[in-house]
Write a new protein. Structure first.
Length: 366
């Protein structure tokens, strides 16, 4: 029997309101704890005001939403299903010939749309806020970021005594333990950061904590051009340190990840972690649906009014945490290459969905 549109809208509305309320409460708690932590870190910074701390907390908040989103879905599902059970609405609907799948379909549709919105629209927004947070945090807490990888190439910042050296490469390629740089520009600055010398070269090599420029052109502060060869710049940066900057796929939105993965592959770097993160973003929709299945197993029992409500809620929350830790575990295995990335991303959610669906069929058949 098909679920009447009015009942479908009623279930969808109840679930969505419960979801928004739960999400707002969890976001408020996270903002509170983050603000307290930032206040602790800024205690010795006399120049930082409470407004600066609150601004940092708000910039960081969007990147925390995907972490609490599954539990918001789980709690909202439990609230919705238990509310329908407590008011005997499920009993009346079942007596009219409606199955458990009829009740779940409106929630599935809403959760699917929430997951789609999170992946396609909210993810780019949270990534943008994360980049702003890191920029403001670096300024306020005086952090130095010596390596930056952008769509325009690789940027390195070194210091020779008190004089900064900025190195830019249009493209790079890893060959063994060596990093070859192509389209190299080196800017040597004075202690006051005015231009001292600029070097342009078609190729350079970063090896054994040294950057070697084989052949290029040097321009001084007045623009005089001199041919140079075999210039060596001592460097504190190694290939390992540079590669560590690539291990933050969370700083890229889902729309930019495929292009960056292609760039890493072309440069000879491993893109496993970034591919794992990309597929986990897509799989997050199934992760949210799995949370609905877990809630349904524990709250849509035909004998819901027989008691043990607290035990069932505890079981649902515990199952949600098990799925969370299982997903984190397979993510780690996938990022290390121990598991195929697609299996690691989709596996836990799909398994939980099938197991929960089997349990619901068993409950439905009595």
């Amino acid at each position: 029997m098909k679920l009447p549109p009015l009942l479908s809208r009623y279930i969808s509305k109840n679930f969505f309101l419960a979801f928004v309320a739960t999400l707002l409460v969890l976001m408020a708690l996270i903002l509170l704890f983050d603000t307290i932590e930032l206040l602790r870190r800024s205690a010795s910074k006399d120049y930082m005001t409470f407004g600066d701390v609150l601004n940092l907390g708000l910039l960081k908040l969007p990147q925390m939403v995907p972490l609490i989103l599954p539990f918001s879905i789980l709690i909202a599902s439990l609230i919705t299903f238990y509310k329908l059970s407590r008011t005997n609405e499920l009993v009346i609907a079942r007596s009219a010939g409606l199955s458990v799948w009829n009740f779940l379909m409106p929630v599935f549709i809403v959760v699917f749309l929430i997951g789609l919105f999170n992946v396609t629209l909210f993810n780019p927004f949270s990534t943008s806020m994360q980049q702003k947070f890191e920029t403001v945090e670096g300024i306020k807490f005086k952090k130095n970021n010596n390596v930056s990888w952008t769509s325009k190439g690789l940027w390195l910042r070194e210091k020779k005594g008190e004089e900064p050296v900025i190195i830019h490469a249009d493209s790079v390629r890893q060959i063994g333990e060596d990093l070859h740089l192509y389209g190299v520009s080196v800017l040597e600055l004075t202690a006051t950061e005015s231009l001292k010398r600029q070097i342009e070269a078609p190729e350079g090599l970063l090896k054994n904590n040294e950057l070697t420029i084989y052949q290029g052109l040097s321009f001084n502060e007045v623009g005089e051009k001199i041919e140079v060869s075999n210039l060596v710049f001592p460097s504190d940066l190694s290939l390992e340190k540079i590669m560590q900057t690539f291990n933050e796929p969370e700083s890229f939105s889902i729309w930019k990840l495929p292009g960056f993965i292609h760039m890493l592959d072309d440069a000879g770097f491993s893109s496993v972690r970034h591919r794992m993160y990309f597929y986990s973003l897509i799989a997050s929709i199934f992760y949210l649906l799995a949370m609905v299945f877990i809630a349904a197993v524990f709250s849509l029992s035909p004998n819901q009014r027989s008691g043990n409500t607290l035990i069932k809620i505890t079981g649902a929350v515990l199952s949600g945490f098990i799925l969370f830790f299982l997903s984190r575990l397979t993510f780690a295995f996938g990022s290390s290459g121990s598991l195929p990335v697609i299996l690691a991303a989709f596996g836990p959610s799909i398994v939980v969905i099938f197991v929960s669906a089997t349990a619901l069929l068993h409950l439905e058949d009595g």
